[in-house]
Design a protein around this ligand. Structure first.
Ligand code: NAD
Length: 434
């Protein structure tokens, strides 16, 4: 099958590469010439474990190509995947301008019948609209079918998820188009769930909203645990052993971030609002998450009179480990407030510092290692649970910091171990150790 993938971000590049790995001939198209140049050399513009190796292998085997030219990319394609961004508009709705541009590009350049597949997360009804846009701009007399195929991969584990996901959802309004997608995806060996287009679009938002709800729920429980002297990790463990609840996504912390949950929850509130439905529960989930990002700061404010000229070490900037993605990371909110309050911020992240520099205040100092961030610091904040931080020996905090005061927003350390060291340790939903 000859496939074109438009957009080579976290989803498009992984999708294109994995489709080539199972034998399809794939051309990835992006408007960013610098990215395309890098990718042609087998270098991924994003950090994703295992991606460079897989790209290089499939480029070598002549199954994976990159271009900025839509005409070249679409020429001869049987199937075109749309994988461009759908960021948040100011009112929380999904911005469909990139998708619209791609729909127009498809209409202009295709010369044969194609199946267009929407991988981007788009509001219910968008696929009907994409089909309309394409049909209104078609230059040649060809047939276009549209299929919704939402993506569920997790950044940082995207390659693993592409080959081991829980399900592949195919939403189509005709059997022939659904079967094309079925055949493309069969080699992955993952269970395939076929449905209509609107249900497929809704599955993506409902799944993300549910996961976000689990996180906000455990964070509320965590905040109560702190007040009643309970331990949220034991509570989550005891809850999660009930198979109706499940143990995943019950880690208390400083809230969810990233390019999906924050925007998709708000978009679903909008989707509901458009049909005059007040999604009250989800509004609460979003509110709790915003509040949660500030909780570490209030713990610090309880501990210090002020932050003026204090050296604060930040361990972890990315919204989660194993990615360089900084979109909606809790670190953005926390660092902004620390700087406003006069703190000297020294930050370290294993891979996200390049992206962080583009968005954080220029007053942030970046260090080449954890230890340089910790050196002579008045407090350390752990904002991303990288293994590199979880594996630290707590004696390092004692050794390097002026005062070993740790605020752990991701519960990286076992309290039983912390007790053996001469550190002051504040975490989420668990007793502080002083
Ligand atoms: P991204 O911002 O990382 O990448 C989008 C890419 O599209 C960029 O490289 C950009 O240059 C390119 N682009 C924009 N307009 C283009 C055009 N007209 N032609 C060619 N290329 C164009 O986005 P992402 O994180 O990969 O997300 C893509 C979609 O997938 C979004 O709808 C997102 O909600 C959804 N999604 C993302 C994830 C995730 O973990 N990132 C997971 C599931 C679903």
């Amino acid at each position: 099958m000859k496939i074109a993938v438009v957009g080579t971000g976290y989803v498009g590049l992984v999708t294109g590469t994995c489709l080539s790995e199972i034998g399809h001939v794939v051309t990835c198209i992006d408007i960013d010439q610098m990215k395309v140049n890098k990718m042609r050399d087998g270098i991924s513009p994003i950090y994703e474990p295992g991606l460079d190796e897989l790209m290089k292998k499939n480029i070598r085997e002549n199954r994976l190509f990159f271009t900025t030219n839509h005409h070249d990319g679409f020429g001869g394609a049987d199937v075109i995947y749309i994988a461009v961004g759908t960021p948040e508009n100011k009112d929380g709705s999904a911005n469909l301008s990139y998708v619209e541009q791609v729909a127009k590009d498809i209409a202009t350049h295709i010369k044969r019948d194609v199946v267009v597949v929407t991988k981007s997360t788009v509001p219910v009804g968008t696929n009907d609209w994409i089909k309309e846009v394409i049909q209104n701009h078609l230059v040649h007399n060809v047939k276009v079918d549209i299929v919704s195929n939402p993506e569920f991969l997790r950044e940082g584990a995207a390659i693993f998820d592409s080959f081991n996901g829980d399900r592949i959802v195919i939403g189509a309004d005709n059997e022939a188009a659904a079967n094309v997608l079925y055949e493309i995806n069969k080699p992955f060996g993952i269970s395939i769930f076929k449905t209509d287009i609107r249900s497929a679009e809704m599955i993506k938002y409902a799944a993300n909203a549910f996961l976000a709800t689990k996180i906000s729920f455990i964070n509320e429980i965590s905040n109560i645990c702190e007040k009643v002297d309970a331990n949220v990790e034991d509570v989550a463990n005891g809850m999660g052993q009930d198979s109706r609840i499940g143990s995943l996504f019950l880690n208390a912390g400083i809230g969810y971030g990233g390019s999906c949950f924050p925007k998709d929850t708000k978009a679903l509130i909008q989707i509901a609002g458009n049909v005059e439905y007040d999604f009250d529960l989800l509004k609460g989930v979003v509110r709790v998450n915003q509040k949660q990002q500030e909780i570490l700061l209030s713990k610090m404010e309880d501990r210090f009179d002020n932050f003026k000229d204090k050296k604060i070490a930040i361990l972890g900037l990315a919204f989660k480990p194993n990615t360089d993605d900084m979109r909606e990371a809790a670190s953005i909110v926390i660092i902004k407030q620390l700087i406003e309050k006069g703190a000297n911020v020294f930050a370290y992240d294993p891979v996200a510092m390049g992206n962080a520099k583009k968005i954080l205040d220029s007053k942030v100092n970046y260090t080449p290692s954890t230890f340089e961030a910790l050196k002579d610091a008045d407090a350390a904040l752990i904002l991303t649970e990288w293994n590199e931080f979880k594996d630290l020996n707590l004696s390092e905090f004692e050794k390097y910091m002026k005062f070993p005061v740790i605020f752990d927003g991701r519960n990286c350390f076992d309290l039983k171990i912390v007790k053996n060291y001469n550190v002051e340790y504040h975490s989420m939903g668990r007793k502080s150790i002083k």
